[in-house]
Every structure is written in C-alpha cells, then in structure tokens.
Design a protein around this ligand. Structure first.
Ligand code: SIN
Ligand code: CO
Length: 383
C-alpha cells in the first residue's frame, strides 16, 4: 500500500493490520538491554504489574534497580521504555520509516517487554500509534465501540468492560495501526517485545493559551495603535450590559493575528517545535572552526539531527523562509531552502550531502554559520 493510500483510507480513520510490515524484522535491543536502559537516570521507564504487586495494575516509575528487576514475578507484568530513539540510533531510524506523516506529528518510539501473559490492560489512547511486533508474539484485541468506563482504584486507565470486536496474533515484523480512541488490549503469548511508534497532536487548550500570548516580534506584525472604537454606538437600555455589537468590535480586533497567514505559520512553527517543559540548558560545546566544518562537508562522515531536537520550516510566499529548531526561529533567504529541506527531512546525512545542498554566493556564508551554530547548540552532531 502506498503511503498516500494509507493516509487517505486509514490515518485517523480506522485500524489496519499489516502482516510482514517489516519483513525479517529483528529486535533493536535485547530484553536485558531494555532492562539496562530502564536502570539509567534520565530514561523514562515504567513497570506495569497486573499481578504480583501490592495491588492489581500497579504502576512503578524508573529508574529501576537491578534488585527490583530481578525480583519480578514470572508473568503478568510489562516493562516499558519511552523515547528509545534518544538512546539508540537504530530506534531513531525506525521513526524515519514513518516520515509519511509530518515530523511535528511524531512523538516517540516506546519499546516494551512482557513475559507470557503480560499486558498493560485494555485501554484507549488519545494518539495514533503503530504497534510493531518484535520477538515473540502478542494477541491484540481491539474495539472501536463500547463502554468506556474505567476501572476505579487502580494506577492506570484500564477499561472496566472490554468487548473485543476483532483480534489477531502478531508475529515478528507484523504491525497494527490504531487511530486515537480505539480500545486495545495486547497480551503477550510468548516473551514479547513491542515497538510503539507514537504520534502527538496539539491540544486546543495549549494552542489557545500560547497563541494569545504572542511574542512581541509577531505581535508587531499586526498591532497598530488602534483602540477600540464605536462611532456607531447607539443608546442601549442598560449601561451595564455588554452588547453583541460591542463583542463584534472586540472580535474584529482579536481576529487580526489569525487573518495574518505569515504570523500564524511563524507562531505555529515555534510552538510546535518547542520542547516540552524544558528550560533550555546552554550548550557547553564550542562552535567548530570554519576549517573543521569544511573538512566535514568534503567527507562521508555522518551529521545527525539530534533526537532531542525538533526541526521544522515554514515557507510562505516571499523571499524569506523561517526555520525552527526547538522553538527558536531563524529567518533565512530562499537560497537556503534545499539545505533546510535536507536537514529537516533526513535524520542522518553524510557531510557531502549537506555540501551538495549549500547555496552559492553570499547565502553560503550564512548557511555555513548556521551549521556551525547548530553543531555548537547540539541540534546537529557528528556521529
Ligand atoms: C505495550 O507495548 O504493551 C503497550 C502499547 C500500547 O498499548 O499502546
Ligand atoms: Co495503547
């Protein structure tokens, strides 16, 4: 199936089972290596114990000690590690296979291990997910309809009643796509690893809160010294009332930024690439010398986009393109577009490929400086 057909018929619409989605898929890491990751500080790991905890469906957060992990029961638990792409280059490259969806919609690669009988219970997620089967096998049951009441008194959002409408046993390399809102329940039929390629979608609440807090540079694009004005004011019955006609005038003033296309795109570029919760740490790297960058650009050495960075560009009609990295905006001339396209679309580029995308003339200096700054910032790094 072509990506275009998948988007037209399934994306955000209905589940799809894809047998042999990745033929001969072999696990990116062993269960022991996954456990090793779950022991590291800074790695987001969770343990779900359906049985064998102090209560059913107990949730524990990592990092975990070796004692904790070796003391786990024989069955009915799952170990889940999120953002595996940040720790494993092969994990990051798996995410690239899903580039038929814009990168700003992509969230992370989560890898889980469960012994026979292990699951995280029947539940509903609010995001799209591709569930790729690694070692072992897992029986997935799904339900698009049905009661969504949750079990009370447990750590997780588990459905109280789950009536499967379809089920499949996934073998290594098989994959199940689920749009948001489809209830699903995957039980390991044998020691099992599952790779969840998860997406994100901005919440209206966050969009509104951020949009009406426009930064000054964007605010200046639309604001004038105009004040609320009402030369058409008519006598109203009660001076205390806020009338519909007053609200129409207010709405006109509030609408100005929405009607300004460049502003909307530029605000959204910064909004959607901003890293969650992060007050940015200043980089301790030094800017590479020009000569060092020139050597790199003549070589096959790999330049990686950081798996912790978010890149996007916005190209409105006109001479300027806006490039976003982790919420920061850089305005660049059209001549840099091929370079931005390569940087944004491909996670890992040999130096020569970047060189081939460089503009000539004056813009070249700007492009080289931008690459040096990105290497210093760590949003690009040399493999
Ligand atoms: C799992 O890997 O066990 C759970 C994945 C999911 O249900 O989203
Ligand atoms: Co789920």
């Amino acid at each position: 199936m072509s990506p275009a057909q998948f988007l037209a018929d399934y994306w955000q619409k209905r589940p799809l089972l894809i047998r042999g989605a990745m033929p001969n898929f072999s696990d990116l890491l062993t269960p022991d290596e996954l456990a090793g990751l779950a022991m590291q500080e800074g790695v987001s790991a969770r343990l779900v114990l359906e049985r064998g905890g102090r209560r059913p469906w107990q949730l524990e957060h990592g990092p975990f000690s070796e004692e904790r992990l070796t003391a786990l029961p024989k069955s009915h638990w799952s170990l889940l590690v999120s953002n595996v792409e940040q720790w494993l280059e092969s994990g990051a490259l798996i995410l690239d296979k899903f580039s038929f969806v814009p990168h700003w919609r992509a969230d992370d690669l989560m890898v889980s291990f469960a012994p026979t009988g292990g699951s995280v219970g029947p539940h509903v997620d609010s995001y799209d997910v591709f569930l790729l089967q690694g070692m072992g096998s897992r029986r997935w049951q799904i339900a698009e309809q049905g009661d969504r009441t949750l079990l009370s008194g447990v750590d997780l959002k588990i459905l109280k009643k789950f009536q499967p409408e379809a089920e499949w046993v996934l073998e290594p390399g098989d994959m199940l796509y689920l749009p948001p809102g489809v209830a699903h329940y995957g039980v390991a039929s044998a020691d099992c690893m599952t790779y969840s390629i998860g997406f994100r979608a901005p919440a209206q609440r966050d969009l509104l809160e951020d949009f009406y807090n426009l930064p000054k540079n964007l605010m200046d694009l639309v604001t004038t010294d105009q004040m609320y004005s009402d030369p058409d004011l008519t006598l109203q019955l009660n001076p205390g009332e806020i009338t519909q006609s007053a609200l129409v005038r207010v709405e006109d003033m509030l609408r100005a930024p929405l009607a300004h296309n460049d502003l909307l795109g530029r605000w959204f570029g910064a909004h959607v690439t901003r890293l969650p919760g992060a007050s940015k740490e200043p980089s301790r790297r030094r800017m590479p010398a020009e000569s060092k960058l020139n050597d790199l650009l003549k070589s096959d050495r790999k330049v990686w986009r950081s798996d912790r960075s978010r890149f996007a560009f916005f190209a409105p009609a006109g001479a300027t393109i806006y490039f976003y990295v982790d919420g920061d905006e850089l305005a660049v001339p059209q001549a840099l577009k091929p370079l931005l396209e390569v940087l944004c679309a491909t996670r890992c580029n040999p130096g020569r490929a970047l060189a081939a995308a460089l503009p000539r003339g004056k813009a070249r200096e700007q492009a080289l400086l931008m690459l040096r700054q990105m290497l210093a910032h760590g949003s690009l790094y040399i493999g």
